[in-house]
Every structure is written in C-alpha cells, then in structure tokens.
Ligand binder design. Structure first.
Ligand code: 5GP
Ligand code: ZN
Length: 136
C-alpha cells in the first residue's frame, strides 16, 4: 500500500526524516517544511492514498479526532488562538503532493499572519437552486 515514488510515503514510514510530532500505527503527523504559520503541520496516513476519495472510510474517520487532539496541543503549547484545517484534493484544488494530507494551520491573533481565503463566485439564485437540487 505504499508508492515507491511518493515522498510522503517515505516520510510517513520513516524512510526520510521529518519533524514528527505524533505517530501511531496508521498515521504520522509532521511539521510542514514550508510552514504558513508557527506549528503548521500535516497529518499523513502511512499507506498511500492519493486523496480523500481513495481513503477507506474507517481510516478517514480517524483523521478529525487526531486534528482535534493536535489542535488542542497547539492552543495549549503554542498559544494559538484558532486553527484552519485545509485538505486539498486534485491539482485544480491546489494539491501538490498526491498523498492524502490534512494541513493543520494554527492561527494567531498577534503575529505570524497568513491568508487562508478565497474569492466569491457570482452565482444567481437560480444557479444556487440548481446546484442544491443536483447535490440533494
Ligand atoms: P498541498 O499543496 O499538496 O496541499 O501541500 C503540500 C505541503 O507539503 C506543502 O505545504 C509543502 O510545504 C509540504 N511539503 C512538501 N514536501 C515536503 C517535505 O519533503 N517535507 C515536509 N515536511 N513538508 C513538505
Ligand atoms: Zn504516498
């Protein structure tokens, strides 16, 4: 379940060193090499799944509790005031490493600012109704 050409497979399984803040049988949580803020980290499964849609549900269900645990540590130990969880799927969505990862980006009221933002699409009420109907 590993991809020999995948850098996150190598990191998650300890073949390439990375600053690890947590590890269990299924996951390694590492500090991002180019952090957006103080403490920016990534939850990596040890097995290779290119994105969320390839992950088994039982494994995906373990990700949010981990984010909650590490996020609480970031509040307590780093003094962060909030946190963004970012998870990109597909190049068009900004994914650059095609091994599932959840970004944990602690936010600070003072200092260490970053942007996690998007512009707003101009959609009519009719278009919004159509989209809603399609997704129901
Ligand atoms: P994406 O754009 O795919 O959602 O995010 C990929 C993230 O992985 C980026 O924030 C990038 O800084 C981080 N990253 C890429 N290569 C490495 C690496 O070799 N080590 C670590 N620790 N982070 C990496
Ligand atoms: Zn991988």
């Amino acid at each position: 379940m590993r991809d020999d050409n995948c850098i996150f497979c190598k990191i998650a399984n300890g073949d390439i060193p990375a600053r690890t803040i947590y590890e269990d049988d299924d996951f390694r949580i590492i500090m991002d090499a180019a952090p957006a803020t103080r403490g920016h980290s990534l939850i990596l499964p040890k097995n290779h799944y290119a994105n969320l849609f390839e992950m088994p549900e039982e494994l995906a269900a373990k990700v949010l509790p981990l984010a909650k645990k590490v996020g609480a540590d970031m509040i307590e130990k780093l003094g962060s005031d909030g946190m963004n969880l970012v998870q990109n799927n597909g190049e068009v969505a900004g994914q650059t490493v095609h091994h599932f990862h959840l970004h944990l980006i602690p936010r600070y009221a003072d200092g260490c600012k970053t942007d996690v933002t998007w512009s707003h699409a101009d959609l009519s009420d009719a278009e919004l109704d159509d989209i809603c109907n399609l997704l129901q």
